[in-house]
Ligand binder design. Structure first.
Ligand SMILES: CC(C)(COP(=O)(O)OP(=O)(O)OC[C@H]1O[C@@H](n2cnc3c(N)ncnc32)[C@H](O)[C@@H]1OP(=O)(O)O)[C@@H](O)C(=O)NCCC(=O)NCCS
Length: 164
């Protein structure tokens, strides 16, 4: 059975293994994870099956929105609903005051584009050379109001959340 839990410091070695398997040379390092997770608004979660880590996500909470900073599923466990379960967990954090989820996906990562689209996210912007190389990045967004892509204006949704 799939179990979703808070990420602990000593989970990082297993997390790093999945990260490297999924992202290769572009993988976050141990230091990158520590740097990200030491922020007060940053949270890590792991997915495990029968005691084995099979995926994780890291996200940051802001007024009005959640930024998904990293998400990966072990190759051996992809296409089995692990990513979906992590994102459903993230969607459960969406509220009136924090109505959006944002993430950035490399323009060549078609699997992730299809994944986010299938979960109701929509591409709302393209950022040129976002990763400091020749890769552009698509910004994907999920909105509580439309229960899907941001056909609502992201700016006004954030303003509304800050005002409420
Ligand atoms: C993107 C990723 C997180 C998806 O996780 P996953 O556990 O394999 O995805 P799920 O099994 O929950 O898939 C949910 C739906 O997304 C879509 N989807 C996922 N992977 C897909 C693929 N390779 N091709 C087409 N559609 C895909 C499908 O609609 C799928 O539903 P289905 O299997 O019933 O058809 C995983 O492929 C991964 O870790 N990739 C490498 C890291 C990465 O790109 N992270 C995201 C960018 S930050």
């Amino acid at each position: 059975m799939l179990k979703i839990d808070w990420m602990r410091l000593y989970d990082l070695l297993d997390v790093l293994e999945i990260e490297r398997e999924c992202f290769g040379a572009a993988a976050w390092t141990h230091g990158d994870f520590l740097h990200y997770l030491q922020e007060r608004n940053a949270i890590g979660m792991t997915a495990s099956e029968d005691g084995k880590f099979v995926g994780f996500m890291c996200y940051s909470l802001y007024p009005g929105k959640i930024d998904l900073g990293n998400l990966a599923v072990a190759v051996s466990h992809q296409r089995r609903g692990v990513g979906r379960a992590l994102i459903e967990k993230l969607k459960s954090k969406v509220s009136k005051r924090r109505g959006l989820i944002h993430c950035f996906v490399g323009d060549r990562n078609l699997a992730a584009h299809l994944f986010f689209q299938s979960l109701g996210f929509r591409a709302v912007a393209v950022h040129r050379r976002y990763y400091n190389n020749d890769q552009d990045s698509y910004e994907f967004c999920f909105s509580r109001v439309s229960q899907g892509g941001c056909d609502v204006d992201v700016e006004s949704e954030e303003r509304r959340a800050n005002r409420d």
